[in-house]
Ligand binder design. Structure first.
Ligand code: ATP
Ligand code: MG
Length: 152
């Protein structure tokens, strides 16, 4: 079904901000863009990315959420200034049950499923998902999905 991508993001940001005390979600939105996809699933990905950003940045308040639109896709990026991810682990974080096992990471609990599920959902929507990160400085997780759903 068709939905307004920015509206979905801003509704979720509002909900998550209400239940988050320490972090400030700073969002900036592109012009309205309509996407044909499963809004519940895409919403699940957005929630995963933002809750991970909060979880892995206990010492810094700011989370930046940005939407962008191009001719044929919409993009969301979630930036945190938290613990970051070592280079060697970067391409593994989307694998099933993968959890980084550094000194910084072992105090956080989880199953290692969030990003795996996000990657599956984005793949099915015909999009891509990726991460840029510097250990000790923070991470930016992004995904892009086509404006018209690609049949797989
Ligand atoms: P789950 O989401 O299943 O509760 P999880 O958060 O450990 O558990 P994922 O969301 O799949 O699992 O993330 C995989 C791993 O990638 C995490 O264990 C963590 O080591 C690392 N990671 C994910 N997001 C971030 C982030 N924003 N900053 C730093 N490390 C991250
Ligand atoms: Mg997670």
């Amino acid at each position: 079904q068709e939905f307004d991508f920015n509206k979905l993001v801003s509704d979720l940001v509002e909900d998550l901000q209400r239940t988050t005390q320490d972090h400030v979600l700073v969002a900036s939105y592109a012009a309205p863009q309509f996407v044909v996809a499963d809004d519940e699933r895409i919403g699940q990905v957005i929630t995963n990315l933002i809750t991970n950003a909060i979880k892995y940045s206990p010492g810094s308040k700011r989370i930046e959420i940005t939407t962008k639109a191009s001719e044929n896709e919409v993009e969301l990026s979630v930036r945190d200034y938290g613990i970051g991810i070592a280079k060697a682990d970067l391409n593994k974080v989307f694998e099933q049950f993968y959890r980084v096992t550094g000194a910084m990471q072992h105090t956080f609990s989880g199953l290692g499923l969030g990003h795996y599920i996000s990657a599956e959902i984005i793949k099915r929507a015909g999009g891509r998902i990726w991460v840029e990160s510097v250990e000790g400085e923070g991470s930016t997780f992004s995904f892009a999905i086509p404006l018209k759903k690609v049949k797989s």
